[in-house]
Design a protein around this ligand. Sequence first.
Ligand code: ATP
Ligand code: MG
Length: 258
Amino acid sequence: MAEIIAVANRKGGVGKTTTTLNLAYSLKELGKKVLAIDLDPQANLSRCFGIENPNNIEATIGHILMSEIEEESYKVEDYIISYDEIDIMLSSIYLSVAETQMRVETGSEKILSDIIESLREKYDYILIDTSPSLNILTIDALCAADNVLVVADTQMFAIVGIDELLKTVQKIKKRVNSKLNIKGILLTMCDSRTNLSKMITEQVEETYGGKIRVFQSKIPKTVKVGESIYSSQSIKKYAKESIADIAYDSLAKEICYE
Ligand code: ATP
Ligand code: MG
């Protein structure tokens, strides 16, 4: 039975997509069967899984959501592709069309959950990459998830982004999805040479430590990560054994075994 993890933070550019991608590869390396869902119309995750032009694809999560809204029948398996032994549900700009429809649809916060619940048996982990917004798509991800992986960069306003997400999670837990929990806070783009990065790391640990798990594994800021994303690859493919690859492997072990 899969554990469903939503990777989230309304703050943009903190490393959500990079984390979803590389965590999927590291979990696969541990022998886990992973499904990654790109729930962002920007479709950056889809590009990292070898799709050059996501907007030409007609079997995306946006299309399934529309089928659900229009009560058309479909086979969810037809919307899943396999890449490097990781399964993925792609996104495209069409997801914004679905999002607009969902805003006026009754009970739409449960649509994604209805879609992926039937897939639980096939996977060990289902990772959902969300957009930098607390829109209906992200709410759906939080309603479908068991756990939230809070990704925070060690830059200004990190705490603001974390606090805002935690408040939303509490509301969803109370009103819609009582099983929802925080998996932990993952600090990304850590640079031990800069005081700001060190200060924010300490601030997050002091503010949340003891109450919420702050992962021991921290993702270093390295040019290799930027280059790997630029060339649409995971860090494991682009720079195996680099410090960022090792950090994501260590995160996967914390998630699986601790
Ligand atoms: P969005 O909110 O737009 O969806 P995001 O939170 O998904 O953004 P990413 O797209 O993963 O963030 O990363 C933003 C940028 O930061 C990318 O260009 C990526 O290459 C870079 N980046 C992510 N992690 C690191 C890292 N550890 N070191 C250096 N650069 C990084
Ligand atoms: Mg992203």
